[in-house]
Design a protein around this ligand. Structure first.
Ligand code: NI
Length: 142
């Protein structure tokens, strides 16, 4: 009998500054598109990472959530907390720091550590930019 598959999620908060600016557009176009978000400003972000896998019949766990938390802390949180996302984060160089692009970049950071996920599979990265706005990335289906 195979073990039931369960999705588990860990969340972390960080504060960071950014501005939205697409280098392919003119200053006027950027201002028209992004409005005040074209200016440097900050957010109290939250990001959530969900992995999926079988529940180990001995431990009762998909993977140790403390291990997932540590991967998120080292691969993402330590690099973005209290930083300017547009200037200070090597893995965001050249990226327009929308929540969409943050979710994709965070996914890529974690996918590089897939071997550390104890056999479970990354299924969702959520970036919450404000109480009203969040985005989900589920990876590319192959
Ligand atoms: Ni913003």
């Amino acid at each position: 009998m195979s073990s039931p598959t369960v999705r588990i999620t860990h969340c972390q908060d960080f504060a960071a500054a950014h501005r939205l600016h697409a280098p392919q557009l003119s200053s006027a176009e950027n201002l028209a598109l992004y409005g005040p978000c074209n200016n440097l400003h900050g957010h109290n972000y939250r990001f959530e990472v969900t992995v999926e896998g079988p529940v180990d019949p001995v431990t009762g766990m998909v993977m140790n959530l403390n291990d997932l938390a540590e991967i998120m802390r080292t691969e993402i949180w330590q690099q973005v907390d209290h930083k300017n996302l547009c200037e200070d984060v090597p893995f965001l160089q050249g990226v327009v720091t929308t929540a969409e692009n943050l979710a994709i970049a965070f996914w890529q950071q974690l996918a590089a550590k897939q071997d550390c996920l104890a056999g479970s599979r990354l299924v969702r990265v959520r970036v919450v930019e404000s109480p009203d706005n969040f985005v989900d990335y589920f990876g590319e289906s192959v």
